[in-house]
Design a protein around this ligand. Structure first.
Ligand code: SAH
Length: 386
């Protein structure tokens, strides 16, 4: 475990690792205090689960491309809350292979005379590089985000990249020609391989496409999902809803224990991946619905369908009243709430705990060492059903 602090020279400029001034033990303590402060009144908080080696855990790495004042091509991250690129060649939390590939691409575009994109003039070509790496499969996807579709010397560029990094398993061109702070545009063109990577998690295989959400820390994700299953304690005839299901990971893992599982997700690409993942793992008792989770819950509650366990994993903004009110109508025996933002978690749990639900367990998991973020799983049970 590390005891040194401030190891990264870019600590202040980058702003990505807000807690790097603390030792890892102190970071865990800090996160524990944050969760206890917000959630402690509902229940005792279990000790946070940290990482043995809290470095290079990020399996998804993004770099913006541009030029510095001397007109040299640079790649790196945007300085927090600005649009200025801080050049990064290696980062303590990112996958090391991904960082290496990004440096190679930067050198290659120079020799190929490919221009980085300029956000001000909306000219140039390469905007971002996104790399996703399967931790257990070793598969690597490189996404070249470009400001226009026409890619001159495409073939020789790809060949040059592959000859330097034969470990790359697929290359995708994503076109983003809009004035936007979003990294990815809508159109993907597969240039090499099959446009996705596979990853193994909790004994299942998952497909990851360029756009769909996938947890960024594979080691801790397995721990998180196992805890969620332990909390859910699904019985063999149970109907389970996996709300905000992404590519279906939690629902697929839950399907082994359940009668029937329904996954609900808003992102079309993620739902496609989820359906593909269920097939890939030969799972028959799961279905996926592309919808706003709140609307789905309202309709399910109206239709009189029941649910025994609801697992919910919303984005940072948390859930909404539509969802929570319908959850109360559905009245599942157990609710397992996975959250990456303890503030919205507190707000939502407060509402449920005033309405027939009691918090039984709170487990923080450190999914994002060196950053201020903390993940939490909360088990709630229905007062009339337990
Ligand atoms: N459970 C998944 C994904 C969690 S991330 C996993 O562990 O991998 C949260 C997911 O919620 C994202 O995939 C996002 O696309 C989805 N989402 C965001 N708003 C939503 C909404 N209103 N309804 C349904 N899904 C939503």
């Amino acid at each position: 475990m590390m005891n040194k602090t401030n190891q990264c020279p870019l600590y202040k400029k980058c702003g990505g690792c807000q807690l790097q001034n603390l030792t890892y033990e102190k970071q865990l303590l800090f996160k524990m205090k944050k969760v206890v402060g917000l959630m402690g009144k509902f229940h005792r908080v279990e000790k946070i689960i940290g990482m043995k080696n809290p470095y290079h855990y990020r399996n998804k790495v993004q770099a913006a491309f541009g030029r510095d004042r001397q007109n040299r091509i640079i790649s790196g991250v945007y300085q927090s809350s600005t649009h200025k690129i801080v050049p990064v060649d290696n980062c303590l939390i990112e996958d090391e292979k991904a960082d290496e590939i990004i440096v190679t691409i930067r050198k290659l575009i120079k020799s190929f005379k490919i221009k980085p994109f300029d956000d001000n003039t909306m000219t140039g070509f390469l905007r971002h590089v996104l790399i996703k790496r399967g931790f257990s499969s070793g598969e690597i996807m490189v996404v070249l985000v470009t400001g226009s579709e026409q890619f001159k010397s495409k073939r020789s560029f790809i060949n040059a990249l592959l000859s330097r990094h034969p470990e790359i398993t697929t290359i995708v061109q994503n076109i983003n020609n809009k004035r936007t702070s979003l990294v990815l545009g809508d159109k993907n063109i597969t240039l090499y391989g099959d446009g996705v990577i596979k990853e193994r998690l909790c004994g299942y295989t998952f497909t990851i496409s360029p756009k769909a959400f996938y947890q960024i820390n594979p080691i801790q994700t397995e721990i998180l999902y196992k805890k969620a299953m332990e909390f859910a304690d699904i019985q063999k005839d149970d109907t389970v809803i996996d709300a905000y299901c992404g590519t279906g990971t939690i629902g697929i893992i839950a399907s082994k224990y359940a009668g029937q599982v329904t996954g609900v997700e808003l992102n079309k690409d993620a739902v496609k991946d989820a359906i593909r993942n269920a097939k890939l793992n030969n799972i028959k008792n799961i279905n996926f619905i592309c919808a706003d989770a709140g609307r789905y819950m309202v309709e399910t509650a109206k239709s009189g369908i029941s649910a025994d366990v609801v697992i919910m994993d919303p984005p940072r903004a948390g859930s909404d009243m539509k969802f929570l009110k319908s959850l109360l109508k559905l009245a599942p025996r157990k609710v397992v709430y996975i959250s990456c933002n303890p503030e919205t978690l507190k707000r939502d749990v407060m509402f449920l705990s005033k309405n027939n639900y009691k918090v039984r367990k709170i487990q923080p998991v450190d999914m994002f060492p060196h950053t201020e973020h903390v993940e939490c799983i909360v088990l709630m049970s229905h007062l009339g059903k337990n």
